[in-house]
Design a protein around this ligand. Structure first.
Ligand SMILES: Nc1ncnc2c1ncn2[C@@H]1O[C@H](COP(=O)(O)OP(=O)(O)OP(=O)(O)O)[C@@H](O)[C@H]1O
Ligand SMILES: [Mg+2]
Length: 279
């Protein structure tokens, strides 16, 4: 058994021969059970990477290995069983007329028995707290609810990896919060690799590792903590620093150094408390 879930070995890709390389000699490894964020400016190749991970696209150079299997036209179905994707626009991912039909769709395609199918639908809707909406029409749900159903659809096929490609970017703050909560719960309940592609750095706080893409190349591999302590790096690639990180960095300028770099308000407050009241 290998410990790596997804490997990119010197992968290059372009959409056609007369266009520039979108990914240029990209290598990295994502280990089993890891939660990895992929960030980077618009057009840096993040969505292309996601599509290469489940065989929607094939590399022009290099190899992609998913759970020990090389991604080729031949292995595509096996790979898609292992890697599920949730996309940006909730309205584009529905095929069923009810929530139940919709979650069933991926299962029907895979020839799963009816009884097992019903159980999986039930379990995955429960995991995203949408059990009460079984017979609702998907297009009448809120944006956040739609994305939760989309996540249920992926969970139902029991993949090893779930990729969320800007899955919250079209939602209002409430919808975003719902999805972040759901994702955290799903991660706790399932043995699953999560890959979060996002522009919102608040979404990377809980991840184990961050891959920063820049112009089709891996620019940096780091942790959220490291990344937040280096505002300059983030600004260089046009990403906004989360509030807590900004505050901690400004305190550092005032000679109030908080170590390690706080990831959330609680960590910041606890550190200040200890610093000043020694509790
Ligand atoms: N179907 C396509 N045909 C041709 N070029 C494409 C296609 N899809 C993407 N591209 C180009 O490939 C490059 C990388 O696009 P990609 O969508 O992977 O970037 P991204 O990092 O996901 O960007 P964003 O943050 O805007 O989602 C861009 O220059 C884009 O214009
Ligand atoms: Mg994209």
């Amino acid at each position: 058994m290998s410990t790596s879930q997804i490997e990119f070995h010197r992968v290059s890709f372009r959409y056609s021969d007369d266009q520039p390389w979108v990914l240029d000699d990209v290598s990295f490894t994502i280990n089993k059970d890891e939660w990895v964020a992929i960030i980077g400016h618009n057009g840096s190749g993040k969505s292309t990477m996601a599509k290469l991970m489940n065989g929607l696209l094939m590399p022009d150079k290099g190899d992609i290995i998913v759970d020990g299997i090389k991604v080729t036209q031949k292995s595509i179905w096996e790979v898609r069983q292992k890697v599920g994707m949730v996309f940006q626009n909730p309205d584009n991912q529905f095929v069923g007329t009810t929530v139940r039909d919709d979650v069933a769709f991926g299962l029907e395609n895979r020839g799963i028995k009816r009884e097992q199918m019903l159980r999986r639908i039930e379990e995955s809707l429960k995991a995203v707290r949408m059990s009460d909406y079984l017979l609702h029409e998907p297009h009448r749900l809120s944006g956040g609810q739609k994305q939760r159903v989309a996540i249920a659809g992926v969970l139902a096929i029991a993949p090893d990896v779930m990729i969320l490609d800007e899955a919250t970017s079209m939602l209002d703050p409430k919808g975003r919060k719902e999805i972040l909560h759901t994702i955290n719960e799903v991660k706790q309940l399932n043995k699953l690799n999560l890959i979060t592609i996002t522009h919102d750095l608040n979404e990377i706080i809980a991840t184990d590792r961050v891959i920063v893409m820049n112009r089709g190349q891996v620019w940096l591999e780091t942790t959220p903590r490291e990344l937040f302590s280096d505002e300059q790096k983030l600004l260089e690639i046009g990403l906004d620093v989360p509030f807590v990180a900004k505050l901690a960095n400004q305190l550092k300028d005032l000679a109030i150094e908080i170590k390690p770099q706080p990831l959330n308000q609680k960590e910041l407050l606890d550190a200040l408390w200890t610093l000043y009241f020694n509790k």
